[in-house]
Ligand binder design. Structure first.
Ligand code: SF4
Length: 358
């Protein structure tokens, strides 16, 4: 027996499902990669990354055997790089402990790095057609509106209520269509702003539609102001080579390469900050030269403004005191090293300046 929500949703999904590359052939590996890429990232952004990834690493064995640099390069630009590192680690565990096949049980899936409750349920339902409800941002929004939930999302109680509602409406044997139907409805019809209620298959049962509260929901928790940091980075040049440093594997942008530098301290000016950072990180003294651009970026929990400077070594040879490794590379080699957004912008500027000069 279907609940009214499932009864309205399933036929709509059959006629309106989005054509997505991982849906043509929902092999477990493809479902897994797509679900990890889709965390905190829009479908339109993910599609080209997914296609490129699958053609470079078509199987779990290929992913497990790839070096981390290749994996991070394929991920570059998607952000939240721990997702890529976890995929790589998980693939190696799957080869070692699961005979090279993605495990089918929720418990085994959740035992893999980077797979939490939502991702395990999405894989189990979409790839293995098991009866598990999933709860992502789109599904949260739809359920919050259909049931007119007035508590802020993200609290323990609201999360509990939403998981329960997702599970109560799950039609046995059709979890794949149900989960993906709710995801598509949230993305295409029940959008964050200006939901298209007139076109919605759930409008006859939706409490928010009846009460005209859809624009107020979901209620978001009050956010703290995101802190802002001023940061410097040095472009150290020796002959035709530039120094880049690989960030430690753990932590923000772990395993990516950068132009070394760091955060300014109270009462410090930009050039003093850079001299101190390069001494602490690389054990070198430098003369700070011309500014090479000002770059801004917003991460999830903070924002930065980074000032890059050309620098000249005056004492010492760089060593990796706080990085995994440091390397002198030619400007032409910079595209081979995975980088975060700002460092890639600096690298591109260096490449285009060199091309103009030659
Ligand atoms: S009727 Fe409107 S608010 Fe309700 S689920 Fe549909 S699109 Fe969302």
């Amino acid at each position: 027996m279907l609940t009214p929500l499932a009864k309205h949703l399933l036929p709509w999904y059959q006629n309106n499902a989005r054509a997505l590359p991982w849906r043509d052939d929902p092999a477990p590996y493809k479902v897994w990669i797509s679900e990890i890429m889709l965390q905190q990232t829009r479908v339109e952004t993910v599609i080209p990354y997914f296609t490129r990834w699958i053609s470079a690493l078509p199987t779990i064995a290929d992913l497990a055997a790839a070096n981390l640099q290749t994996v991070l390069s394929l991920w570059e630009g998607l952000g939240y790089y721990s997702r890529a590192r976890n995929l790589h680690k998980a693939a190696q565990i799957i080869i070692q402990d699961h005979g090279g096949m993605l495990p089918e049980t929720i418990q085994s899936l959740r035992g893999l790095p980077g797979i939490g409750r939502y991702t395990a349920a999405a894989i189990a339902s979409i790839a293995f057609n098991q009866d598990f409800a999933a709860l992502d941002g789109n599904i949260r929004r739809v359920l919050t509106r259909v049931y007119n939930i007035r508590e802020p999302i993200g609290t323990t109680q609201t999360e509990k209520d939403l998981w329960r509602l997702a599970e109560e409406n799950l039609p046995p044997g059709r979890a794949s269509e149900y989960n993906q139907g709710l995801m598509d409805l949230g993305a295409m019809i029940c959008s964050r702003r200006n939901p298209h209620c007139a076109l919605c298959p759930l409008k006859t049962i939706c409490k928010a539609f009846a009460l005209h509260t859809q624009d107020e929901l979901p209620i978001r928790p009050i956010r703290m102001k995101t802190p802002h940091y001023t940061v410097t980075a040095g472009i150290l040049q020796k002959d035709d080579h530039i120094l880049i440093a690989q960030r430690p594997m753990k932590g923000l942008l772990g395993g990516l390469w950068e132009f070394p530098g760091g955060k300014i301290e109270p009462n410090e000016d930009l050039t003093a900050c850079l001299r101190r950072e390069l001494l602490e990180e690389l054990d070198v003294q430098v003369e700070v030269g011309d500014e090479y651009g000002k770059y801004k970026h917003a991460y999830t929990h903070f924002r930065i403004t980074l000032y890059a400077y050309k620098c000249r070594l005056t004492r010492g040879e760089p060593i990796a005191k706080e990085h995994s490794q440091v390397r002198w590379v030619s400007i032409g080699e910079l595209p081979d090293f995975p980088m975060g957004k700002i460092d890639r912008q600096i690298a591109k500027k260096l490449i285009s300046t060199t091309m103009r000069e030659t």
